[in-house]
Write a protein that binds this ligand. Sequence first.
Ligand code: DGP
Length: 123
Amino acid sequence: MDNCIFCKIAAKQLPANIVYEDDELMAFKDIKPAAPIHLLVIPKKHISSLSDCNASHHELLGKMLALVPKLAAEHGIAPVGDETGPFSGGYKTLINTGPEGGQEVYHLHAHLLGGPRPWTLDR
Ligand code: DGP
């Protein structure tokens, strides 16, 4: 999509601090972190929001969600019981959808937030 920031990041036309990439997905650090660890997981293909998903997106959505615990573990925020990380209290996974849902960027993304509080999450 022309003019989509996250499409440009996925195409490496805009810089981002990329922490994961495969054929379908990318994860990078949020430019305005609301928590000590704040990552965004996106599909490389443009999908405007979760509202545009249906049964044909089961596999992609499953891959996005399944990437979260891997990234959490890699960033030391895996939940209690896995004491491998310094902040192992768990994390929040969030998909803002639409204006009332607090969505600012219209390219599907899952937020992964974690680390010691306080956070500045207001959504
Ligand atoms: P949302 O409100 O769910 O649409 O969150 C969009 C997030 O995207 C917000 O936390 C800030 C982040 N963001 C916006 N533009 C950029 C950018 O150019 N680069 C990066 N890394 N993050 C961005």
